[in-house]
Design a protein around this ligand. Structure first.
Ligand code: SF4
Length: 280
């Protein structure tokens, strides 16, 4: 019989709990005409539950929200242009942006005012957090992925600051930052991976010491879930990411006695439990 070890901590972080609670409060207070601008969190199970239970619709553009309605801004934040557009439409804004993401917004805003150019190190330039941060000042803030950082070419590194996305892989980021420190020691680095992300990744590092197979339960669109996968894979452990128990493949378990399981910061505990039950 295989042994299953569950990572500690795993699952919902404080930013996601806060966003869900704000959505519940908005549903209670305003009752109707409430909209999420994009997925509140990157997990379809949570989004489906919120839409069904709280009767809040998800739309991808502010233009699809009738004037005067309520809009809930996702945990990943949004750009100032989005907030301005929402105000023009006379929308009631419930800002569920994670306070740690807002801290990055504040920082890049301050840097832009001082005419400092910012590199925003991210997993994807189309991730919602990246779009929101770059939107603070697109002419001064350049998004750059961990993959592309190794071909960075700047002529005035002394004018740059590099800030990291909150949910990056700590191991990959360390490699990227070591490269930058070596090539451009003049660039100031502001590491901003959040504590919840760091703690969940450290728990994966612990699992890799005893487990030969690691399963991450999380949405493929969730940056922090993918970072958990990257950490496990970069330490040489066979790992998979799945959105639900339906995606489990029996073949993965052949020859593995010690199995580690974790879940992303936006994955409900119930989905993790279903996965454990199916593996058992
Ligand atoms: S992962 Fe970190 S930054 Fe993202 S919502 Fe959770 S606490 Fe906030």
């Amino acid at each position: 019989m295989s042994k299953i070890t569950i990572a500690s901590p795993h699952g919902f972080c404080f930013g996601i709990n806060r966003a869900i609670n704000l959505a519940k409060e908005a549903a209670q207070k305003y009752k109707e005409n409430i909209y999420f601008l994009g997925e509140l969190v990157h997990n379809q199970h949570v989004v489906n539950w919120l839409e069904t239970e709280l009767k809040i619709k998800t739309v991808q553009s502010l233009d699809l929200i009738p004037d005067g309605s309520v809009v809930i801004i996702r945990a990943h934040g949004a750009s100032p242009t989005t907030f301005a557009h929402a105000k023009e439409k006379d929308l009631i804004i419930v800002d569920a942006s994670c306070p740690l993401v807002l801290k990055s917004h504040q920082k890049v805003k301050e840097l832009s005012i001082k005419n400092t150019k910012t590199l925003f190190l991210c997993n994807s330039i189309s991730h919602d957090e990246t779009i929101g941060i770059v939107g603070e000042n697109p002419s001064m803030i350049t998004p750059i992925t961990i993959k592309d950082i190794f071909s960075l070419n700047v002529t005035d590194p002394q004018n740059y600051v590099l800030i990291t996305q909150t949910t990056l892989s700590t191991l990959e980021t360390k490699e990227a930052l070591d490269f930058i420190k070596n090539k451009y020691p003049q660039i100031t680095i502001i590491p901003h991976i959040c504590q919840a992300t760091t703690d969940r990744q450290n728990a994966i590092i612990q699992l890799t010491k005893t487990c030969t197979l690691i399963i991450i339960v999380g949405s493929p669109t969730s940056a922090n879930s993918n970072s958990l996968l990257q950490v496990a894979q970069s330490l040489g452990v066979t790992s998979y990411i799945i959105d639900s128990a339906l995606e489990i493949d029996k073949k993965w378990f052949i020859g593995h006695q010690n199995i580690g399981i974790s879940s992303g910061a936006s994955t409900p505990e119930s989905v993790l439990e279903e996965v454990i039950q199916k593996i058992n």
